[in-house]
Design a protein around this ligand. Structure first.
Ligand SMILES: *Cc1c(COP(=O)(O)O)cnc(C)c1O
Length: 198
């Protein structure tokens, strides 16, 4: 489980880590920086789960252990270069826009094959799997098809690349149980742990 700490005061994040949380999810590079003024960098694993702009890529290797939200080739190239400069190999997932909403981040399924091949070939990144944020639904059960679709895309991608893609990052407070049933290896849970965000 990735405990999503976006918008939380740093003291709350520190308390969560004291209570045993090992994985923290952040939406923004700058907020992670603010949290790390209070929570030691090595007290937890830091996951970037929000959209990444290319001009912020330079900060990522120093702040994060895993990036879930790579969704285009240019960002991937920038991230790979920055990881190499930092002497690191950064685990990444590709975010997929499974439901095809125009307004959302994530690679469209029809460009996924090309993006998987590109990211897999970049020195400095270790391609680990896929992530999705499905469109909001009224009942958790209604998200099942999107989770199953991400798993199918992962299976197809792994077969094409002829290498395992072990991680599926999917499921949030409202629907993580359905996501686990469909094969999630990371669920990203915020409000169910910390209460509603202001
Ligand atoms: C905010 C957020 C979450 C957590 O959402 P909750 O509904 O509070 O559990 C998970 N993933 C992403 C990408 C988010 O932005």
């Amino acid at each position: 489980m990735v405990a999503v700490v976006k918008t939380l005061p740093p003291e709350v994040v520190a308390e969560a880590v004291r209570l045993g949380i090992k994985d923290l999810g952040e939406n923004r590079v700058q907020e992670a920086q603010a949290h790390q003024l209070v929570v030691a960098r090595d007290a937890a694993r830091w996951h970037l789960i929000g959209h990444l702009q290319r001009n912020k890529a330079g900060k990522v290797p120093g702040l994060f252990d895993v990036v879930h939200s790579v969704d285009d080739g240019e960002v991937a190239v920038a991230l790979a270069r920055r990881a190499r400069e930092a002497g690191r190999v950064l685990p990444v997932l590709i975010e997929v826009n499974v439901s095809g909403e125009a307004s959302k981040f994530g690679a469209q399924p029809d460009v996924l094959d090309a993006l998987l091949e590109q990211v897999a070939s970049l020195e400095g990144l270790e391609l680990r799997g896929l992530m999705t944020v499905p469109e909001a639904v009224d009942r958790p059960e209604d998200a099942r098809a999107a989770f199953a679709r991400l798993r199918e895309l992962r299976d197809a991608g792994a077969a094409r690349l002829a290498r395992p893609l072990p991680e599926l990052s999917m499921g949030m407070s409202e629907d993580f149980e359905v996501a686990v049933e469909e094969g999630a290896t990371w669920v990203r849970v915020g409000s169910a742990l910390f209460g509603a965000r202001a």
